[in-house]
Design a protein around this ligand. Structure first.
Ligand code: GTP
Length: 259
C-alpha cells in the first residue's frame, strides 16, 4: 500500500507539533486517601516533524496509548513520551492529559460529605529533557469589595475559577494543591450544603471580599511559600454576576530565576 506520510515535502518547513487531539481515554490517578482513582481523560499527543516528511504516522499514537492501557498514570508520562519519540522518529514529544478528579469534602457546619469535581491536567514534554506541569482548576466564590463598599445592601458575588499550573521538585498531591488554592477566594464552594452551611458560606464570603487581583496575589503568596514548587502560573476568572463578561488576572513566576 502506498505510504503518503513518508513521501517528501519540499517546502522546507518543519512542524513543531503534529498528532492526535481530544482522545477520550481511561487513566489512573494517585489518590491521597483512596490510593488510586480511575477517571476518563481527554488526551492530546503530538511530536515534531522534520521539514522533509509529508506527514506523521497518526495510527502509532493510538497504538502507544493502547500499549499502556489500564496503566496510564503520572509515572508513565515519561515512558510514553519516550515511546512516542522512538516510534515516530521525533526529537520532541508532547503528552497532554486533562481529566476530572474527585475529592470528598465535608460541608463547613453540618459536616455533610460530598464529592467535588476538579479539572486537572498533566502536561509532559520530552525533548532533550523531561518537563512536567501539573494543572488544577479550583472553583471558588468571590465577592466584590467595591460593590460591598458602595452598596447599602449586599454585594455582587459569583463563582470564580482559579487555574494553577506548577513545576515541582518533590511530589505534590492534587488534594494539597486544591486545599491551598481554595482558601484564596472569598469562600470555597461545596457540592452539598445544608441550610446552616449555606448561611456560613454566604456570611464568610461577605466578610472576605476579594477582587480578581486579590485572588491571584494570595494564590501567588501561597505558591511562593511552598518549597517543593519551582515554577507556577496562576489565573483567576470571575464569572461576573453583574456583567456578561468575566474579570481576569494572571501571574507567572519562575522561582529558579529568583524573580
Ligand atoms: N499524517 C496524517 N495522517 C492522517 C491525517 N488524517 C488522517 N490520517 C490517517 O492516519 C492513518 C494512519 O497513518 P499511519 O500511522 O501512517 O498508518 P500506517 O501506515 O498503517 O502505520 P505505520 O505502518 O505504523 O506507518 C492513515 O489512514 C492516514 O490517512 C492527517 O491529517 N495527517
Amino acid at each position: 500500500m502506498p505510504d503518503m506520510q513518508k513521501t517528501p515535502d519540499t517546502r522546507k518547513i518543519p512542524i513543531s507539533k503534529v498528532g492526535v487531539k481530544d482522545i477520550s481515554y481511561p487513566i489512573v490517578v494517585m489518590d491521597k486517601n483512596r490510593k488510586f482513582q480511575q477517571t476518563v481523560a481527554r488526551v492530546n499527543m503530538y511530536v515534531d516533524l522534520p521539514h522533509h516528511f509529508k506527514g506523521t504516522h497518526m495510527s502509532r499514537f493510538i497504538e502507544i496509548l493502547n500499549a499502556y492501557r489500564e496503566e496510564i498514570a503520572l509515572d508513565k508520562m515519561e515512558p510514553i513520551l519516550q515511546k512516542m519519540k522512538e516510534k515516530l522518529g521525533a526529537s520532541s514529544a508532547h503528552l497532554e492529559i486533562e481529566f476530572p478528579y474527585f475529592i470528598e469534602k465535608r460541608a463547613p457546619v453540618s459536616g455533610a460529605r460530598s464529592l467535588m469535581e476538579y479539572t486537572c491536567s498533566f502536561v509532559g514534554t520530552l525533548g532533550e529533557e523531561f518537563d512536567f506541569v501539573l494543572g488544577v482548576t479550583v472553583p471558588v466564590t468571590s465577592l466584590c469589595p467595591c460593590s460591598k463598599e458602595l452598596s447599602r445592601y449586599g454585594a455582587h458575588n459569583q463563582r470564580s475559577a482559579i487555574t494553577v499550573r506548577v513545576r515541582y521538585r518533590d511530589f505534590i498531591w492534587i488534594e494539597d494543591l486544591v486545599a491551598m488554592i481554595e482558601e484564596c477566594g472569598s469562600s470555597p464552594v461545596w457540592s452539598l450544603l445544608k441550610r446552616e452551611d449555606e448561611k456560613f458560606v454566604t456570611e464568610r464570603a461577605y466578610e472576605n471580599p476579594k477582587f480578581v487581583e486579590d485572588i491571584v496575589r494570595e494564590t501567588t503568596q501561597k505558591l511562593l511559600a511552598e518549597e517543593a514548587i519551582t515554577w507556577f502560573s496562576v489565573e483567576a476568572e470571575n464569572y461576573e454576576s453583574i456583567h456578561k463578561h468575566s474579570a481576569y488576572a494572571a501571574i507567572e513566576r519562575d522561582k529558579r530565576n529568583k524573580q
